[in-house]
Design a protein around this ligand. Structure first.
Ligand code: HEC
Length: 254
């Protein structure tokens, strides 16, 4: 039976976290899994560490104009998302459905309109950092991370211009992006006041899972039929030799 966490078990959870961090240190790992992997280099970590927070922490310096962005858009985005980011085919529509009144209010009326069957990215977007971050790490779909930082600024500026949030001669940069955030149509549209997220004033994501010495309750079991044993050699020899999940012996009995 699950018991609600007491302060002591919270301290234990915290200590476990620290231990896991220590285990992640190169020295400790080398001991545990000798000969497996190596520590990531600072430049490898830097290449992955590109997240931009809602308050723009992590935003790289740079700048890009709407005009430059349009060229990139035509060459690298329009084939999937359409000339005006309306995505006429199967891909998600990015721009459309927002009004000047939305931009003044900070909430998009069309999101709650039943008639609106296609909610665009620009309708839902509450933080401009998310758009920048997503394009930088995931787009173009067929060549992610291929855009230079200034190109990400430029193509973001172009999309903001399509949404009528910046003029055609605008140059977006790391200094003025926070000011554009304040024009975002759905900047105040996020809410936790609905069933999935709000339970008596608290988010519903507090962990209750048992992490240690948990009672095992096996209601179903998956077994390989003996007829397939040995069809692909011995699984025990093909799986990694450490950790709790090992390959089972599948050699046919002699
Ligand atoms: C080959 C097709 C393709 C190209 C080219 C492409 N995209 Fe996408 N884009 C997609 C697909 C597919 C998704 C949805 C991906 C997903 O949900 O995992 C997407 C999603 C997005 C989203 C997020 C939409 C949302 O609301 O979640 C943005 C923003 C975006 N693309 C911008 C761009 C930009 C900017 C470019 C050009 C630099 C670009 N895309 C090029 C296919 C493409």
């Amino acid at each position: 039976m699950y018991k609600s966490p007491e302060p002591r078990s919270l301290v234990r959870t915290w200590l476990l976290g620290v231990l896991m961090l220590l285990a992640a240190c190169p020295g400790a790992r080398a001991e545990k899994f000798a000969g497996i992997g190596r520590a990531a280099t600072p430049s490898e970590i830097a290449a992955w560490d590109i997240d931009v927070r809602a308050d723009f922490q992590g935003l790289p310096r740079g700048a890009g104009s709407v005009t430059q962005g349009e060229k990139i858009w035509v060459a690298k985005c329009a084939s999937c998302h359409g000339d005006f980011a309306e995505s006429p085919g199967v891909f998600p529509p990015l721009v459309g459905g927002t009004t000047r009144a939305d931009s003044e209010r900070g909430r998009v009326a069309g999101l709650s309109a039943a008639s609106e069957n296609s909610k665009t990215t620009m309708m839902k977007l509450a933080t401009l950092s998310t758009l920048f971050d997503y394009i930088r790490r995931a787009m173009p779909f067929d060549a992610p991370k291929s855009l230079k930082v200034d190109e990400v600024y430029a193509v973001t500026a172009f999309m903001l211009n399509l949404a009528d949030l910046v003029p055609a001669d605008y140059v977006l940069n790391d200094k003025n992006i926070a000011e554009v955030q304040r024009r975002l149509p759905n900047r105040d549209g996020n809410t936790t006041a609905h069933g999935m997220l709000d339970i008596k004033g608290k988010p519903d994501v507090s962990g209750k899972e048992c992490m240690r010495d948990c009672p095992v309750d096996i209601n179903s079991l998956l077994l390989l039929p003996s007829t397939v044993n040995g069809l692909n050699g011995n699984l025990a020899d093909q799986n990694r030799p450490y950790g709790s999940i090992r390959g089972i012996e599948t050699r046919r009995a002699p």
